[in-house]
Design a protein around this ligand. Sequence first.
Ligand SMILES: [Zn+2]
Length: 375
Amino acid sequence: MTAKLDSVQLTRDILRLNTINPPGDEEACARQLGGILEAAGFRIRYHSFGPTRVNLLADIGTQSSKAPLCFTGHIDVVPLGAAPWKKDPFAGETDAGKLFGRGSSDMKSGVAAFTVAAVRMAPYLANTAGLTLVITAGEETGCEGAFHLQKDGVLGRAGAVVVAEPTSNYPFVGHKGAFWLRAKTKGVTAHGSMPEKGDNAIYKAARAVEKLEAFRFSNPPHGLMGQATLNVGTIQGGLNINSVPDQATIGIDIRTVPTVNHAELLKTLTQQLGSEVELETLMDLESVYTDPREPWMHSVFEVMTSILGSRPTARVATYFTDAAALNRAYSDPPTVILGPGEPQMAHQTDEYCVIERIDQAVAAYEALIRGWCLD
Ligand SMILES: [Zn+2]
């Protein structure tokens, strides 16, 4: 049965399982994939971090001093959005070479493709470096599942990582980091008719926002990613118009490049904003980057040159991925983002993937497994 596993059919099968996050509900999908991999000889571990929130770890081989090759993908999907869909988001309908559904591009086609490649290669991997598949829940709400795996210390080793997020099968060598902070200011409330009796937290927040707008990164820009960015996305404060506000908060979205160290950046911002501002970290995902000249990344480009029919140039993804969380446990192995979905279809109404790219991804993944385990 497993030898005949079809990547397009498997994509449709797991599309039909609603894993919209929130709430996620990834368990049925994780167990379906776990059953397929177990039948093919993989060691399976389910790792849950809440009711029906289940990550799946699957290993084969890993009997060598060389660490295994890791494939990773998430099985949760984003909500459908307010606009009506012309296609049923959970039926796996096909039309004119496209497969429609929530998660078709982001990223159940990618998970299906590496599952099929892993099952097909399984009979040859017994005494090799092997594979470790990390299938996560809760990615869309800030890499929750991946962070639980990392914190619980259950990930083991990986010598290189393939993230099957949508890239139209184009190899991306990295992505920016996301460093989300909340700045808080405090004051003393008083009646709005006697502001001199209070201490206005919004004025402090306003001074902080001005400093944040004027902030310039001192690190050198990165060759492919350019400079880091900072955006003030939210501001809240005050209870009513006739009181002096005693609290205000600012939401700061920083996208970092490999030349930025998050801990140092936090120190710098804390100093520049001064003692009237308190900073709290909401999300801390470092950037991911592998030099295209790194030997394994070079081999990925060789494989993709023959599969795509022309030599890819080094590009980076606009989104962040679970690799930022997983690579803390794996101590930053070379990492490529490479998957069959269409990046511009992620999170869209009437999301689709191009059917022929799914088998193209299977071929690419099989070649990468051969290169890692058998050459
Ligand atoms: Zn995704």
